[in-house]
Design a protein around this ligand. Structure first.
Ligand code: SF4
Length: 368
């Protein structure tokens, strides 16, 4: 849902702050859903995820239109997980009642921080009061709630980060997704740092925040099931878990990505071009075929970030002996450095290596 009320300073996702084309875009989302209904043949839809942008800007009528199209064209499983990303400033009591009355059964709330100065620095559309109140209100209507928190923000002390986590724990949310603030090129944050208006992000502080989070959430009975995701039992994101396990998915809307096990597809990142193409029943997408090496590298990358790890037997079954031998040869050094652990023939990043998992994965990559 590629619309936002205002641009967060760190964001490099595709979105527009003008709502002028919202109606047309929702119509074209539905058309894309219809045109692509046979793309995942014989596959039951088990999860539906409204991502953004800001999907909580959808009206009840727009949501109804999208659900009607999905259920008329796809075979949806019984009790699918249906998540909507929401921003705190949209979650009024009335909005929550509307969402509860729809098919949505999971909310992912973009809190980012409970502190005013952090929210201002990031140019979020909500304030600290709304961050807190939206969750208190949301828990009245939804039990399956995730919140996003950002760490490694300039000027964020370890104590303040601990307080952020403690507030989340006190609110009783069963799932937390948390990312280090990254400075992407062409963002306002990048320019402010270059001009010296904002202090640069500090990797050491981010690493310390990550370690605080791992320890606090573990003590609160959260499972660290993916590098950036923590959940109580029964509350892991089914949608994201399917993605990490390499299941196929269909991405609808401008800049959305799809995967069918062999091909990646991505839609144009431009609302006007997206609408224009679909108005004449053309799909505005590009396609790339994945080689066996691409698939092996992606498998290693995503599995090492999750609790599932890299299963040596599975690597041999899917990719063959050659890739298994490559894996074992390169894993040896990392096992000796205690950055990797071999638990029953499954390779996992050790606690020592947790913050380095992307670098560890690249050491295991196969380069053609
Ligand atoms: S609300 Fe999300 S998508 Fe929109 S600008 Fe902020 S971070 Fe980006």
């Amino acid at each position: 849902m590629p619309f936002c009320k205002q641009a967060c300073h760190y964001c490099d996702f595709h979105f527009s702050t003008s709502m002028k084309k919202k109606d047309q875009l929702v119509d074209m989302l539905c058309r894309e859903l219809e045109l692509r209904k046979n793309e995942l043949p014989e596959q039951e839809i088990r999860t539906i995820y409204f991502g953004g942008g800001t999907p909580s800007l959808l009206t009840s009528e727009e949501l109804r239109q999208i659900f009607t199209t999905i259920f008329a064209n796809y075979q949806v499983a019984e009790n699918p997980e249906i998540t909507l990303e929401a921003n705190p400033d949209d979650l009024s009591e009335e909005k929550l009642q509307m969402l509860k009355a729809s098919k949505i059964n999971r909310l992912s709330i973009g809190v980012q921080s409970f502190f005013e100065e952090d929210l201002k620095l990031m140019n979020r559309a909500h304030n600290a009061k709304e961050a807190l109140e939206s969750i208190q209100l949301a828990t009245k209507y939804f039990d399956n709630i995730s919140i996003d928190l950002i760490y490694g923000i300039p000027n964020m002390s370890a104590e303040k980060w601990q307080q952020n986590l403690q507030i989340a724990l006190d609110l009783g949310v069963p799932h937390i997704s948390s990312y280090a603030l990254t400075v992407e090129p062409n963002t306002a944050l990048h320019k402010f740092i270059e001009k010296g208006k904002i202090k640069p992000v500090n990797d050491e502080a981010a690493k310390a925040h990550f370690e605080i989070m791992v320890s606090m959430l573990k003590n609160a009975n959260f499972r660290h099931y993916e590098f950036s995701n923590f959940g109580k039992d029964g509350y892991f994101s089914q949608n994201n878990t399917a993605y990490w396990l390499g299941k196929s998915y269909l991405g609808i809307g401008p800049s959305a990505h799809s995967y069918d096990g062999n091909f990646r597809k991505w839609n144009v990142s431009n609302n006007s071009l997206y609408i224009k193409a679909l108005e004449i029943n053309k799909l505005p997408l590009e396609t790339e075929g994945l080689t066996i090496t691409d698939k092996y590298n992606e498998y290693v990358m995503t599995r090492l970030r999750t609790q599932f790890g890299v299963d040596i037997t599975e690597v041999e079954e899917i990719f063959g002996e050659h890739y298994r031998d490559h894996l074992l040869k390169n894993a040896d050094v990392l096992l000796k450095k205690e950055l990797l652990e071999n638990r029953n023939q499954v390779l996992h990043v050790s606690s020592k290596g947790k913050f380095l998992s992307d670098g560890i994965a690249s050491d295991l990559f196969y380069l053609d």
